[in-house]
Design a protein around this ligand. Structure first.
Ligand code: HEC
Ligand code: HEC
Ligand code: HEC
Ligand code: HEC
Length: 170
């Protein structure tokens, strides 16, 4: 062993730890946390802690191309009684009274020429979390740009249609 390997190894270890530190505390969170929403709605509070079913709020997911985001009226079904004085619930009232729909920021994107619909997938008994991850553990949903590779990977694994130019592209 040469004399100066000690300091070199030490420097390397320091570099690795600095890199890991930057990654875990800055890069990874930035990738995981999605856009700020007009109301900090938490899936963790509603679906994790309070166990409200996904389809209570996204009722059309199995029937239509548009799963639907809940209208304010639906939030107020509960929030007229639950934490009714909470400042964010006051914001809901403002949307409701002015008949404005909550300007939720979309987080899932597929390329425009791709035909995706939930029906086939839900009827094929694929759980929400297989595609959306553990939404019920999250306070804020991350942005996700769907790459074709992800569609193909699962289609291959589950032996679904791979003839994508016919099935998925318009
Ligand atoms: C089925 C009933 C129900 C519906 C529907 C519902 N909520 Fe809630 N919400 C709750 C409960 C229960 C809590 C927890 C209250 C507590 O902390 O005591 C909660 C908490 C909250 C909080 C408090 C913040 C926090 O993270 O602790 C906000 C903000 C909120 N809801 C917004 C909404 C919005 C926006 C909608 C509509 C998209 C909605 N809720 C729909 C039951 C509901
Ligand atoms: C109390 C109502 C409520 C429940 C229950 C609920 N959601 Fe949501 N969901 C919302 C609201 C409001 C938004 C829009 C704000 C946001 O993105 O956080 C949303 C957004 C989403 C999005 C992102 C939509 C986009 O922009 O691409 C997905 C995916 C989603 N929900 C899946 C689920 C799943 C899976 C469950 C069950 C584990 C669930 N939701 C339960 C109200 C609800
Ligand atoms: C096979 C994968 C897959 C499964 C399973 C799946 N989703 Fe999605 N979901 C997607 C993709 C891809 C998008 C983006 C579609 C788009 O932008 O047109 C999306 C978008 C959404 C949106 C936003 C729609 C909008 O109007 O912007 C909601 C809400 C949602 N999913 C809820 C659910 C719920 C609830 C379940 C379970 C009942 C579920 N999804 C199951 C892949 C899936
Ligand atoms: C987690 C697995 C999974 C993911 C991710 C997934 N799919 Fe699928 N997809 C399936 C399965 C399984 C079926 C067959 C369902 C059935 O039994 O009809 C299917 C069916 C389809 C069909 C109907 C095919 C036909 O036979 O006509 C289309 C179109 C489709 N998917 C498009 C997409 C697109 C586009 C994406 C990516 C945005 C995607 N899928 C992501 C599992 C997945």
């Amino acid at each position: 062993m040469r004399k100066n390997t000690g300091p070199i190894i030490l420097t390397l270890i320091t570099l690795i730890f600095t890199g890991a530190f930057i990654y875990f505390f800055f890069v990874a969170p930035a990738m995981q946390i999605g856009p700020e929403q007009p109301i900090p709605f938490s899936h963790n509070v509603h679906s994790g802690v309070k166990q409200i079913q996904c389809q209570y709020c996204h009722p059309y997911v199995a029937y239509s191309n548009f799963p639907g985001l809940p209208p304010v009226a639906k939030c107020l079904h509960c929030h007229n009684y639950i934490i009714a004085k909470h400042p964010w619930i006051q914001v809901e009232h403002r949307y409701f009274n002015t008949q404005t729909s909550t300007p939720w920021v979309k987080v899932n994107y597929v390329a425009e020429h791709v035909l995706f619909n939930h029906q086939r997938h839900i009827n094929g008994k694929i759980a929400c979390r297989e595609c959306h991850g553990p939404v019920e553990n999250l306070h804020r949903l991350p942005s996700k740009n769907w790459r074709m590779g992800e569609c193909i990977e699962c289609h291959r694994a589950k032996k679904a249609n791979l003839d994508c130019w016919l099935a998925c592209h318009s």
